[in-house]
Design a binder for this molecule. Sequence first.
Ligand SMILES: [Zn+2]
Length: 63
Amino acid sequence: MKPSPTRPCPMCKVPVEWGAASPHRPFCSERCRLLDLGAWASESYRIPAEGPPDDDAPAPDAH
Ligand SMILES: [Zn+2]
């Protein structure tokens, strides 16, 4: 009898049995799934600075 493969839960790192016994995989539980979803959602709320600042300063002309 082979042992069931496991993967660490992305949230709390506990081994999650990789099979029908773990309906919430890759998470160990619905709680971790929701936590991850929340973390992801709050990540996407962070609006990245749109466009880099103008950086076309003329090169100094050394004469
Ligand atoms: Zn977990």
